[in-house]
Ligand binder design. Structure first.
Ligand SMILES: [Zn+2]
Ligand SMILES: [Zn+2]
Length: 184
């Protein structure tokens, strides 16, 4: 699978990012006695190769109410063509004077990122706001190309990351001092 940001293969990125750790696992005498498939499976569990981020996307509602047409159409009674109606017969006079979307439609946006692009996005937001990404516009930080340094061993990353106002806004320190980024 390819990263939706850098377009590189997720597994190739992981190999480079965690090069030292992965080779020390593969070269370790104890691990060498195990079947290669098993060792690779252990590596997959300990070092995930992709993170799905999701956030809220705000689109304009394209309905006639939200676009600002008046409904029912204002027809001047003094006008002789008052019976002309170019809105068609799809709309009933009673039910269409209100749209519950109130101008906008919200949907979930998703992207599958390699571990490098994920950590870079996290670090861009951490540096500028001192918190993990939690606002809708923070999702942009995962796709801009502003260089930022990352320490891949500092964080334990989730397989899914929710950008939402109600999420945990800071990493949690675990027993060995590494920072856990939770998914929500
Ligand atoms: Zn990437
Ligand atoms: Zn609408």
């Amino acid at each position: 699978m390819k990263c939706e940001c850098c377009n590189k293969n997720n597994r190739d990125v992981r190999e480079l990012l965690y090069k030292d750790a992965l080779s020390s696992i593969r070269e370790n005498g104890h691990f060498k006695k195990l079947p290669v498939v098993l060792v690779e499976r252990i590596i997959d569990t300990a070092f995930i190769d992709k993170v799905t981020i999701c956030w809220q996307v705000k689109d304009r509602c394209r309905c006639h109410q939200c676009l600002g047409y008046t409904w029912p159409p204002v027809v001047s009674t003094s006008d002789s063509d008052s019976d002309s109606n170019d809105y068609g017969s799809d709309y009933s006079d009673e039910d269409n004077d209100y749209c519950e979307n109130d101008g906008y439609i919200y949907r979930r946006g998703y992207a599958e990122l390699c571990t490098r692009c994920f950590l870079e996005g996290i670090n861009r937001v951490l540096r500028s706001t001192n918190s993990l990404p939690f606002l809708r516009f923070h999702s942009n930080a995962f796709f801009n190309k502003i260089p930022v340094e990352i320490d891949p061993y500092k964080y334990i990353i989730p397989s899914e990351y929710n950008i939402t106002y109600y999420r945990r806004k800071n990493p949690v320190k675990n027993q060995d001092g590494r920072l856990v980024i939770t998914s929500s």
